[in-house]
Design a protein around this ligand. Sequence first.
Ligand code: TMP
Length: 206
Amino acid sequence: MRGRFITFEGSEGCGKTTQIELLRERLEKEGREILLTREPGGTGAGEKIRDLLQHAPEGEDLTAQAELLLFTASRAQLVRKKIVPAIERGVYVLADRFLDSTTVYQGVARGLDAAAVAAINSFAVGNCLPDLTFLLDLDVNEGRKRVRERSPGEQDRMERETDVFFEKVRRGYLDLAGREPERFVVLDAMKSQDQIAQEIWHSLGE
Ligand code: TMP
């Protein structure tokens, strides 16, 4: 039996990692086998790419084009080595970010050509597309506040972006969700963790 492929999207501080953990516990109690993935990363090569994209000094002056190709290279590896084999074994895959992050961060917020981003995204994932995507929507200032509280003093390369950039991310996600309402479930990330977890569970129809 085929598993399910469920992705979580949203900007920094939106709480997707917490929700993934809560969902994992609940699905495991029901006897489901779960694979958690995070992007960039999730494979040996992908974790090297993550370091380059987020922390290594060599990544500081990456062009937007190189950044796009690195995010999608990490995903191409993850899809074929981990996600597709797991879904075929009946596993439920819960992904902390997937191709919508690239559409929104590199396409909308960095302003790269949308058609080029869509073509590269599609080449990277082949026909491995999410069955369901949860978007945790959050006000930009609230997101920044949560990130500061979580890791005071430290900011990675993306977190140093401007509020204008993150407003574009937020809007980009909401537009995307509006265009694909059958795949997206938009959640208000200001609600309590328990309430959001309930809404996610309800949408899954498990
Ligand atoms: P996270 O660990 O908070 O999810 O951080 C991942 C960062 O990388 C976040 O700033 C979003 C960014 N990102 C992109 O810009 N494009 C992508 O395709 C992915 C997967 C992440």
